[in-house]
Design a protein around this ligand. Structure first.
Ligand SMILES: O=C(O)C(=O)C[C@H](O)[C@H](O)COP(=O)(O)O
Length: 204
């Protein structure tokens, strides 16, 4: 059976990683990304308004909104209460993983090495964010990890660019990639939609 997080990972080739400071921009940005063909959105809990941003974006037609930078069970619960449909963490801790499993949340924890993956497998998890992807060894590291862990699938994130995303997506172990390049401060909505359109065409 396809797990809820795998369904999210297979929905679009690229997950925009969003750091939004201004709640008023949330719905227009989400709509611009959805219009460009990227409905899966990761709102990082890096700004004080992130939970409000999740609420606003979750109300946008077609958007599948998750929370990123979720570090502990308290943040997990806040994000789920705000309407997050999936939960992303830069790492993997027992308390967070157990809480995510307990809440039946679609959960994408970060891993960077074999030991992280093994802890995840022990908890029953086999879909991971590979973070930080480029500085942890890039595609060569991912291929090496896929040897012993052939059934594990990844969303590499961290250092991925429009120029390299396609190479990552060519890897069998990669279901999608994450990146912050789609939305940067000062971009207008047309620019965001164009970025999304280019990224959406990267599907294998
Ligand atoms: O805050 C978090 O927990 C994260 O999710 C980290 C982000 O995924 C990366 O910072 C995105 O990496 P870039 O695309 O290289 O900017």
């Amino acid at each position: 059976m396809t797990s809820p997080i795998e369904t999210v990972m297979r929905t679009a080739p690229v997950i925009p990683v969003l750091v939004i400071d201004d709640v008023a921009s949330a719905a227009p940005i989400a709509a611009a990304l959805v219009a460009g063909g990227l409905p899966v959105l990761e709102v990082t809990l890096r700004t004080p308004v992130a939970l409000d941003v999740i609420r606003e974006m979750a109300a946008v037609d077609g958007a599948i909104v998750g929370a990123g930078t979720v570090l502990n069970p308290a943040q997990l619960d806040q994000a789920l209460d705000a309407g997050a449909q999936f939960i992303v963490s830069p790492g993997l801790t027992d308390p967070l993983a157990r809480a995510a499993i307990d809440r039946q949340a679609a959960f994408l924890p970060g891993i960077a090495n074999a030991s992280d993956i093994m802890r995840g497998l022990d908890l029953g998890l086999d879909r991971f964010k590979f973070f930080p992807a480029e500085s942890s060894g890039g595609i060569r590291a991912l291929r090496a990890l896929s040897g012993p862990f052939g059934d594990v699938r990844f969303c590499p994130t961290g250092g991925i660019t429009p120029a390299t995303a396609g190479e990552w997506l060519d890897e069998e172990a990669v279901l999608c990639v994450g990146g912050s390049w789609l939305v940067k401060a000062g971009m207008d909505m047309d620019g965001i939609t164009k970025n999304a359109q280019r990224a959406a065409q990267l599907r294998r």
